[in-house]
Design a protein around this ligand. Sequence first.
Ligand SMILES: [Zn+2]
Length: 357
Amino acid sequence: MDRSAYTLVLMFVLVGLTACSPATKRVQINEALIEVEAQKQSDIALQSLIHHHDRLLRISYPLLVTAQPYCEDDTRASIGVQFSNKYSIPDDLQDAAQRKYDLGDPIQLLLIAPDSAADVSGLQPGDVLVSINGIGSPVGEDALEDLHDLIAKEIKSETVTTLTIKREGVMQSFPLTPVRSCNYPVVLSGADEVNASADGDRIIITKGMMRFATGDQELSLVVAHELAHNAMGHIRAKTTNYLLGSVFDIAAAAYGVDTQGLFGNIAAGMYSQDFEAEADYVALYFMAQAELDIEGAANFWRRMAAEHPGSIRTNHAASHPATPERFLAIEQTVVEIEAKLSSGAGLVPEYKQGREK
Ligand SMILES: [Zn+2]
């Protein structure tokens, strides 16, 4: 040990001898009780995770189904089930999932959306999947990936599908008719920030947003807004605009000028506020079509702007600062839709001349 290291160790020992310590005794806990408490913590964490997923499925299912005509080629046949086995649960919660749901290698119907094909047919959360149309369900670590392929092959919309399950040890078969739905999985992000986004393929909602949007109408508004971004092709349009703008960056580079993507970024931001306004507008139609209450919708976005002005990345704060115009436009849309509802007119958004989805 060289001299400086020796001095450091000596100082540490001296500090240790003289450092302040708490005055009262530390409560001694039995090791077995610590183990029980750790399990309790895992059970609470799992319960919270499942609660968020259940809420997301229940809220997003009717919107994804009713918005289907707007999703063009991004559709799939849906039965309204979230399948799971222990490998789809975070490692540290797998033991808790085993205790609470008996979740192991076989695939279970962990969550079922109300009024979905699965719900109507009589399937229940906790049923263990045995087969689809007589083809045995995959089991084990890669089972959910394999199930994805099996579902793509066997589950077609408007075509009767038979799910055979095991419930309390008894095998039962349930015929059901899947419906067409937008194919934008709604993904729960573990982030605590109050945020939501759409990437053209998925809708991403953070845990922070789940906590902020306490009412079902509030969460529906968020999901419908992001769904509208995907369904109306906003992400594709922004990418196209970016590529068009990049032509100038590439041309500048040919003359030795490094624009650092300036033109591409400017072009990607073009019409951002219009895209936001359209997402707000179309989202309210999606909600009304799904027979959800839209009264007072502007209040949620007002609260959002007031309490989290920097949230909903790339959407509201960055490209669309909270403006009175936005909230008034939402209120006006609610009036427009309610007038159509009371007159019995079709719930179709108003398009610009020559443009229709
Ligand atoms: Zn947006």
